[in-house]
Write a protein that binds this ligand. Structure first.
Ligand code: G3P
Ligand code: MG
Length: 241
């Protein structure tokens, strides 16, 4: 079972910052996950929430500020004074961290609250420009964005994100279409997911921070977990297997 560092190494470093990604890049884990929004001036930035309030010393919506305005805030001190001065990273800056590693990159398109017109096109273009196509999976709770991504770049792997317990998931996946399912982890163990796994579909689950849950997920055939503690979880899996 593969490990993805969720929002970078976000259990030990401030989530979705260059510090968290540099730490993830140092680790021998399969991949890294991060969240993308669009600024007022159309720049792709990596942050989880629509607002900057929780993870910075500022307030307000990403969509209402320019990149330069967002870069004036501190995105590290809320986590620890040791990370004072961490800025909001652009998607380009994050991809640069992994330009010379082998990590797989799960770019989550956070357009499920605000539609961020043109965001999918920009993300697809930057992936192409940086030659990262074979290492990327695009995911979203916004399944329209996944459909758009597939239309623009059919060769890119896509994944539909779900919090819910699903019925007939294969039919729905084909309708989007999406290549993989990224599920809230308790739902991955439900009977409806068995047919997905038996059909050979990739299922990854979030967010798994406790070792005790890995065995059931591995036994069920889940391909990967997203975790805030990638080093701890990778060490545990290496020792167990
Ligand atoms: O992509 C997996 C996971 O990150 C989805 O939930 O809210 O942490 O972005 P969230
Ligand atoms: Mg995410």
């Amino acid at each position: 079972m593969d490990i993805y560092a969720h929002r970078g190494s976000s259990g030990t470093h401030p989530e979705n910052t260059i510090a968290a990604f540099t730490e993830a890049a140092r680790l021998a884990v399969h991949g890294v996950e991060f969240d993308v929004h669009l600024t007022k001036d159309g720049e792709l930035v990596v942050i989880h929430d629509e607002k900057i309030d929780r993870t910075s010393n500022g307030t307000g919506f990403v969509k209402d500020m320019t990149l330069a305005e967002l870069q004036a805030f501190d995105f590290g001190s809320w986590f620890s004074p040791n990370f004072k001065g961490q800025s909001i990273p652009t998607l380009h800056e994050v991809l640069q961290v992994f330009a010379n590693t082998t990590h797989h990159l799960n770019i989550e398109l956070k357009s499920d609250i605000f539609p961020y017109e043109g965001m999918v096109e920009k993300v697809v273009a930057i992936i192409k420009e940086m030659g990262l196509d074979s290492r990327v999976v695009l995911s979203s709770f916004d399944h329209e964005a996944i459909r758009t991504a597939k239309q623009l770049a059919p060769h890119l792997e896509t994944a539909a994100l779900f919090m819910e317990v699903l019925v007939e998931p294969l039919d729905y996946m084909r309708a989007i279409p999406a290549d993989a399912l990224h599920l809230f982890f308790p739902t991955a163990l439900r009977p409806s997911i068995r047919q997905v796994l038996e059909a050979g579909t990739i299922v990854r689950t979030f967010t798994v921070n406790e070792e005790q849950y890995t065995q059931a997920l591995q036994d069920a055939g889940v391909s990967a977990i997203f975790t805030d503690f990638p080093e701890k979880m990778q060490t545990y899996l290496n020792e167990k297997n």
